[in-house]
Design a protein around this ligand. Structure first.
Ligand SMILES: [Fe+2]
Ligand SMILES: [Fe+2]
Length: 255
């Protein structure tokens, strides 16, 4: 009998399957230029360069098997659980806001104020975070998240917000906010939603409190009432920021 048409035994088929799976796992994960820039390198992954290292390899165009799997129609809460590197800061700030009797818009703003930091990009995190949530929340909430970027550098003692000691430790006592931040602050000062953004700063936690009990479940209802979760799943809708959520879901797709 011709070797090539001999039916495969069960164990041969298992071997073949295992090999296929190995190749699947061997899909090359590419890094975006931004990741290299953060490491002080101006460089990029190119197909030619990667094939020199991994001849004939295929590039990842889907989920990264090393990351927690996301459901088919992910919700904001799924991103909290599977993609946010840390929730404690956000939950503590939102818990403070709840205890201080803030309304739900403020509580949601506190819960989401640093999502860019915990999941995406630190630099200009207020702007990134606001853009991510803008299509899904009341305009006042995204405005407040965007503006806390600037307000946190300017004390408002009357409102109960001194300049954070933590910033002196983090940035030195000679740090001066850049002109674009000063300009943002000037614009915000007389805005009708100034206090919403200021309340983010007031309820922000500048040092982690290990004794504060927080739980994501306590905020599921507030999120349900105030965050317009798209039916297709966050990232699969066609909002102006759905690509940002998809990028978080599939951070190393080749394209
Ligand atoms: Fe912040
Ligand atoms: Fe914060």
């Amino acid at each position: 009998m011709n070797e090539h048409i001999k039916p495969k035994s069960i164990s041969e088929r298992a071997d073949h399957l295992e090999e296929e799976m190995m190749h699947e796992l061997e899909r090359v994960m590419t890094k975006s230029t931004l990741h290299y820039l953060s490491d002080g390198e101006v460089k990029m992954d190119t197909s030619a360069g990667l094939w020199a290292k991994h001849p004939g390899a295929k590039f990842n165009m889907g989920p990264d098997p090393r990351l927690p799997p996301m459901p088919e129609k992910p919700t904001l809460i799924d991103y909290f659980k599977c993609r946010f590197a840390q929730h404690a800061h956000l939950l503590q700030s939102a818990t403070h806001a709840l205890k201080n009797g803030c309304n739900e818009k403020v509580v949601l703003a506190c819960l989401l104020h640093d999502i860019a930091v915990v999941s995406f990009i630190r630099c200009d995190h207020g702007y990134w975070g606001a853009q991510m949530i803008e299509p899904y929340v009341d305009e006042e909430v995204s405005w407040a998240v965007r503006t806390h970027q600037a307000l946190r550098f300017f004390p408002d003692e009357a409102a109960g917000y001194p300049y954070p000691e933590m910033y002196v430790k983090l940035f030195g006592d000679d740090y001066k906010p850049e002109p674009y931040i000063v300009a943002e602050y000037e614009r915000a000062r007389n805005h009708k939603w100034y206090m919403t953004s200021r309340l983010i700063c007031i309820n922000d936690i500048y040092s982690f409190d290990p004794n504060m009990k927080v739980n994501l479940d306590d905020f599921v209802d507030i999120v349900g009432r105030n965050f317009r979760q798209p039916g297709e799943g966050l990232g699969f809708d066609d909002s102006p920021s759905s690509h940002m959520w998809r990028t978080m879901m599939w951070p190393n797709r080749f394209l």
